[in-house]
Write a protein that binds this ligand. Structure first.
Ligand SMILES: NC(=O)c1ccc[n+]([C@@H]2O[C@H](COP(=O)([O-])OP(=O)(O)OC[C@H]3O[C@@H](n4cnc5c(N)ncnc54)[C@H](OP(=O)(O)O)[C@@H]3O)[C@@H](O)[C@H]2O)c1
Length: 343
């Protein structure tokens, strides 16, 4: 394949030879540029159901266009695959890739079913392969800075988390409007603030209530709210939606202050970001130098493939799948109201 002969960084390990399954928007906008910037990765093929799409995108990265995903899995020159397919296809193609001996970077949510997710991780482990779920924002250095501020007592004892992620409506026909492809805002959008809540409030976080708004024609959920709690009474509220004005933020409320992160889940690379800290004696902006979470996430994957095949964030992926199931269960038991079905 074309990209295979590219030069290995002096002294570094051989770059991981990666193929992309599907000419997804996220692959075009974020992941292919990040793979290209990572000295530890080399994209060797782009596969699509459509030969001309594969040709066009592969041409931009000097790698091989492949028609169909199965063909890529049969290629011994491919070591790893990136799977940015619609959610309902993740489990099938991740499993096929693992069975073909490929490491997998799968888009979020890996699967919304904890049992299936667990089985996929067990399969990866049994074969010494890396399986990783592609959450990128935790790789931005400002979240590490947030954890440091919390550990330093900047807001006192943590009492609660509020996370919001809402985006304007995607175009008609988008995978997010197609229930058979795993569409909907819960799986696409809510997963980010739910993960942020879990990372801050701990592994015993549980869903206590949820309400989803459903699209009157397509049936997918287009937004909603979730209430969660952790042992000790710390609470989290998550608001999300995909037919809404844009907002991407989280806030941590403590006994002595508050800490807010704006543009939390998809910040532009290359710009410094700010953490807003409010305390009784005034507010303060903590500036964090620019970072590239997309490159960092890709780098973490290529390093895991080369150095630590079992360094898998299985607990995080399983916890997220359980929270998603908790949201559905809580929504199903919520009393029906007219507003829940009105767009
Ligand atoms: N980590 C993040 O921050 C982030 C951000 C955005 C999206 N995502 C995730 O990335 C995945 C893709 O999202 P996207 O917005 O990039 O979607 P998209 O542009 O619609 O891409 C999905 C791709 O899947 C392939 N595909 C295979 N079967 C399909 C079918 N029956 N219908 C439609 N497409 C099909 C298509 O590739 P071919 O036609 O080339 O085969 C298509 O380009 C989702 O799992 C989403 O949750 C993650």
């Amino acid at each position: 394949m074309n990209g295979r002969s590219a030069v290995t960084p002096p002294g570094g390990p051989e770059p991981v030879r990666i193929a992309v399954l599907g000419c997804a928007d996220i692959a075009r906008r974020r992941m292919l540029p990040a793979f290209a910037a990572d000295p530890g990765s080399r994209v060797v093929a782009v596969a699509s159901r459509d030969a001309s799409k594969a040709r066009d995108l592969a041409g931009r990265y000097g790698c091989e266009p492949v028609t169909g995903y199965a063909q890529v899995l049969a290629d011994p020159g491919v070591e790893a695959v990136y799977v940015p397919l619609p959610v309902s296809l993740h489990a099938e193609w991740i499993e096929r890739a693992l069975r073909a001996g490929k490491h997998v970077l799968g888009e979020k949510p890996l699967t919304p079913d904890a049992g299936v997710t667990q089985r996929l991780f067990a399969l990866a482990r049994s074969r010494g392969l890396v399986l990783a779920e592609n959450f990128m924002w935790p790789y931005h250095r400002r979240h590490r800075r947030v954890r440091e501020l919390l550990a330093d007592g900047a807001i006192g004892e943590l009492r609660g988390f509020t996370g919001e992620f809402t985006i304007p409506a995607p175009p008609p026909g988008n995978i997010r409007y197609r229930p058979e492809l795993g569409g909907g805002a819960l799986l696409d959008i809510a997963v980010h603030p739910l993960l942020a809540a879990w990372l801050h409030l701990g592994p015993e976080l549980e869903v206590r209530g949820a309400r989803l708004r459903r699209h009157p024609v397509h049936g997918v959920d287009t937004g909603g709210a979730v209430l969660l709690s952790a042992p000790g009474g710390t609470t989290a509220q998550v608001v999300f939606g995909m037919e809404h004005a844009y907002r991407s933020a989280y806030e941590l409320c403590g006994s002595e202050g508050r800490l807010r992160v704006e543009r939390a889940y998809a910040p532009a690379a290359g710009h410094p970001t700010v953490i807003r800290l409010e305390r009784p004696n005034g507010s303060q902006e903590v500036t964090v130098e620019s970072d590239d979470q997309y490159l960092n996430a890709v780098r973490a994957f290529s390093l895991a493939v080369r150095n630590a095949p079992n360094d898998l964030r299985e607990d995080q992926s399983l916890a997220l799948a359980r929270l998603l199931a908790g949201v559905h269960a809580a929504d199903a038991t919520a009393p029906a109201t007219a507003s829940a079905t009105t767009p």
